[in-house]
Structure formats: structure tokens, C-alpha cells
Design a binder for this molecule. Sequence first.
Ligand code: GLV
Length: 321
Amino acid sequence: MSRVIVTGRVPEEAVRRLEAEHDVDAWTGRDPMGREELLQRVAGVDAVLSLLTERIDEELLEAAGPQLKVVANAAVGYDNVDVPACAARGVVATNTPGVLTAATADLALSLILMTTRRLGEGERIIRSGQPWKWGMMFLLGSGLQGKTLGVVGMGGIGQATARRARAFGMDVVYHSRSEIDPQTAEELEARRLGLDELLASADVVSLHCPYGPETQHLMGAEQFAAMKPSAYLVNTARGPVVDEQALVAALEEGQIAGAGLDVYEHEPEVHPGLLERDDVVLLPHLGSATLETRTAMATLAAENVLAVLRGEQPPTPIRQR
Ligand code: GLV
């Protein structure tokens, strides 16, 4: 039996699978385990099943000790994990790609609809108790039909978002490290563009790239200035891909029409300049938040742990490019 720590609350099924083979310390608190607590409890474990709220860095790996074999992050994004530091210690690092693609794309589409149709604003009017009535010119948004979606980061989630947008009558352009496979490009009638060209032509820019040094503030003052004044920004990727201060300035100056955000540069803090704006929709990082998806993510992370502890290849190791 090996020792496994699960650093935050996850669906029961994942814990049960781990408990069938190992000694499991699963955190059940409503809030994530504090850093100090984590550094203490991680000592001597063979496996860490981590959530994106935990920083898995040199300090934590050191606190765990040399017997640590695997860090299984229950998320597709792994910017919270120092993967080279894991590799240097012979610790396998894994993530959970694929299982959250549909849920996250659904949420991106929700934000596209919420921003372009001003749904948050409408709901706030009703809840405020202020009088309202139907009016031909009341709370007009903009339609998606015939508009262009610009997908930045055309991996699985970007493609799934593009597919949904096509069903709403949008055209698709994308910016990505590599060309997508020809069959998908044909199905989506999607053209690959440079970022500047994409920003100049998109009516909605949706971010789906991983976060790292290359994508830090990918969307800054220059990029907002390059967008159409009628265009919207949607971010379901990671907060620091967007320079929030520059976003607030761009909104104030009318350089773009609005934004829909699920993630924040200094999460869970939200820039005060965003909080007061009606042309911004703000969600609390709900991209993969369905019971089905979170169960699939946690059980995939558990399968990664179990495989490594059995001396097998894990299903979804992180392959850094
Ligand atoms: C969620 O944000 C994830 O990366 O899985």
C-alpha cells in the first residue's frame, strides 16, 4: 500500500478508487487546504492528487520527499505545476485532457451569448426591482449569425467551441501554434490567421490557449486596440493571458464592446474596474463545473495515480512542448 494525498474536495468516486488500493488522506474541507497544512501533510506521500488551487513547486516536492512518484493534477491546465521540477526528481506529472472539453466549450458559448445578448444586464434589471417593460429598442444586443468567431488556441476546447459557434451561424478563424487537421478545418471552414489579423476580423475573440510565459498578457493594450470596437472578448482559459488593467482601459475607451470572463489575472480577486461595468459578464471559474465532468476529471486523475503506483504508464501524462 502506498500513501496518497488528495489536496481538496473531489467527487467520492475518485477517492473510492484510490482507497481500494492505497492509504488515502483526502481533504474534505469546503475551502482548499492551506499551504502550511499541505506542506506538512504531504511529507512521505507517494502520490499527490492536486487541484488547480495548489501550487506544486520545488518547495512542495521537497516537503513530500524522494519517495514521491506522481503528481496527478485534476485539471487540463497545469500552470500550477512545475513540470520540469517534477521531471528533475523523476516524478511523473499528469493532467486531465479531453474529459472537460465539452463542458468548457459549453461555458465559452454561454459567455458568448451572455455578453452579446446582454443577459447579465437583463437579469440584474429584474433583480434590482426597478420597473421595466418590453420595448422595441430595450436592451438590444447583437446577433451571432454571420459574425466571426476568432479562436485563440485551437486545441480540443477551441475546436469544440468553434463547432458550437458554427451551429449559431458564425464563421470561424483561429490562431494557434499549429495547423489543425485538414478534416476538422474543412468541417468548421476554419481559417488559420496571425493574431493581428484575427483580432482585426473577429466579432468575438475567445481564448483557449494554455497559460505560460509565452501567453502571459497575450491580450494587452495593443491587442485590444487592434480589435473592432463592436467586438467582445471571452476568456475561459487562464486569467493572466489577459492584462486586466489594459482590458479595463479598453472597455472605458470603447475600444471593444464587452467581455465575458470565467478566469482572472489574480484569481480569486477580480479587478474592481471590471466589477462596476455592465458590459462585462463575470463567472467564478465554472468552465468544467458539472457533476459529470468533475467526476470524470477526478477519476481520470485517480487512474493516473493508480497506474503510476502500479508501475504502469499513466493514461494522460503531461507532455511538455
Ligand atoms: C480548469 O480550469 C482546468 O484547467 O481544468
